[in-house]
Design a binder for this molecule. Structure first.
Ligand SMILES: [Zn+2]
Length: 383
C-alpha cells in the first residue's frame, strides 16, 4: 500500500494508518466541525508509475485504482465504476459550452455513485472481521449498503429520516435491510445511527465519519481523468449534501496532479437546494442560520453538513463556487436532462444541471468544457 497515514482536517494531527479508524480522537467533543481524517499517500513513489499500475490491474471497476486506495487487495463485491461519460451536445449548445459530458453514475449496481464508497466499506469491514454494518441516509447510501450487504451476507442496519420516500423504503425492504425510521430529519437519523453503531460494534458506512469512504468516491475523478486522456475539464458540477462527493472529486483530481498525470484541476461547482443551503452560506462567510424550509431534493437536504472542512478546502483550492437552486428549477432541469440528453436523473442529481443553467445566466461559458456528475437515477415520482 502507498498509504502513509491519516491527517485530521480540523487540527492537523497525523496518525498511523489503522483500517478501523473513524474521526480524530484529539478533536472528539470539540465544538464546531467534526475532526474528519484524510488518507495521505506517497505520491512521489507513485509518480510516473500510476498509469502503468492501473493498466496492469486489468480491471475496469473501482479497484483499477488500487494504488491510491486504502486497501491492500480487492474483494469480490458487486462490480462498481467504469461508468460512461455521456456526451450532451444539445445541452452544450444551449448553454454556450464547448462541450458538456454527463458522468452517468446511475449505471452502478444500486444506481448511484454511493456504490463506490460502499465497495470500500464492505472490503474493509470483511477484512477486519465485521459481520454487521450501518449507515444514516436519506435513501441512496442506505440502499447501496443494503444491496452490497445482501450480496455479501452481512447484517445491514440503516437509519433514515422520517420523510424518507416510500420508493426508497421499498428498495431497502427488497434487499432485506434492518430499517430504523427516525422520528426526525436526516441530521437526527445520523446521530441515532452513530449511537447504535458504537453501542453494537457495527462497521460504519457513514462517509463523513469513516475516512476511507471518500477514497472510494474519488475514483469517479480518476475515471473522468482517464476518459478525458488525463485532461481535466474546466468545470465539474455536482449536488452537495454533506460535502463528501464533491470533496472526493476535488481530492481525486489533485491526486492526479500530484502523481504527474494532469497539469490542472477543474473548477468545482457545488449545488445545494435554496431551501437548505448551509454550505453556500458558509462558503461566502455567512454564519447566520436559515435552513428552515423543506427541500424536495432529499439527498442533499442536510442542515448540519459533516464534511464541511473538506468541501470548503476543495472548493477554495479549485477556485470553485457554491450555488443554491430552487426546487422548480431542479424539476425543470430533470425534464431537460431526459428530453435533451436522454439521461434520466433522480431529482437531487438534476440539481447539477439547474446549477449550471444558473451559472450560464450570469457568466459566459464559451470555450469551456464541463462535466455534470449524474449521481443517481432512482425516481421517487414520475415527471
Ligand atoms: Zn483533529
Amino acid at each position: 500500500m502507498f498509504v502513509t497515514g491519516l491527517k485530521c482536517f480540523k487540527c492537523g494531527t497525523t496518525y498511523e494508518m489503522t483500517p478501523t479508524a473513524y474521526t480524530c480522537p484529539a478533536c472528539a467533543g470539540t465544538p464546531g466541525d467534526d475532526g474528519i481524517l484524510d488518507v495521505q499517500y506517497d505520491y512521489h513513489a507513485l509518480s510516473n508509475i500510476f498509469p502503468d499500475l492501473i493498466k496492469k490491474s486489468g480491471r475496469y471497476d473501482v479497484f483499477r485504482f488500487l494504488p491510491l486506495l486504502p486497501i491492500s487487495e480487492p474483494t469480490n463485491v458487486l462490480p462498481v465504476g467504469g461508468t460512461p461519460l455521456v456526451a450532451a451536445p444539445r445541452l452544450a449548445a444551449r448553454l454556450g459550452l464547448k462541450s458538456l459530458l454527463l458522468k452517468d453514475e446511475t449505471r452502478n449496481p444500486t444506481r448511484c455513485l454511493k456504490d463506490r464508497a460502499t465497495a470500500i466499506a464492505v472490503t474493509l469491514a470483511t477484512a477486519n472481521g465485521y459481520r454487521d454494518m450501518y449507515c444514516a441516509s436519506a435513501g441512496n447510501a442506505a440502499i447501496s449498503l443494503a444491496g452490497f450487504c445482501a450480496n455479501h451476507g452481512l447484517g445491514c442496519h440503516v437509519f433514515v429520516p422520517s420523510e424518507a420516500s416510500q420508493t426508497r423504503l421499498n428498495w431497502l425492504r427488497r434487499y432485506g435491510a434492518d430499517i430504523h425510521v427516525s422520528t426526525g430529519n436526516y441530521d437526527q437519523a445520523y446521530d441515532e445511527a452513530e449511537r447504535a453503531g458504537a453501542e453494537n460494534g457495527w462497521y460504519s458506512r457513514n462517509c463523513a465519519f469513516n475516512p476511507f469512504l471518500v477514497e472510494g468516491k474519488k475514483t469517479v475523478a480518476f475515471e473522468m481523468g482517464e476518459q478525458l486522456g488525463w485532461q481535466a475539464p474546466d468545470l465539474i458540477v455536482a449536488p452537495v449534501g454533506d460535502g463528501c462527493t464533491l470533496g472526493a472529486i476535488g481530492k481525486g483530481f489533485r491526486e492526479l496532479e500530484a502523481v504527474g498525470l494532469t497539469d490542472e484541476i477543474p473548477q468545482l461547482i457545488g449545488i445545494q437546494s435554496e431551501a437548505i443551503q448551509p454550505l453556500v452560506r458558509r462558503h461566502r462567510g455567512d454564519d447566520s442560520g436559515g435552513d428552515n424550509g423543506n427541500a424536495q431534493a432529499a439527498s442533499i437536504a442536510v442542515r448540519r453538513p459533516r464534511n464541511t472542512l473538506r468541501l470548503l478546502s476543495e472548493i477554495r483550492l479549485s477556485n470553485g463556487l457554491m450555488l443554491g437552486v430552487s426546487d422548480e428549477h431542479i424539476s425543470s432541469a430533470q425534464r431537460t436532462l431526459a428530453e435533451e440528453a436522454g439521461v434520466v436523473a433522480e431529482f437531487t442529481s438534476a440539481a447539477a444541471l439547474a446549477g449550471l443553467i444558473q451559472l450560464a445566466e450570469h457568466e459566459s461559458l464559451e470555450n469551456k468544457s464541463a462535466v455534470l456528475v449524474i449521481t443517481g437515477g432512482r425516481l421517487d415520482s414520475d415527471f
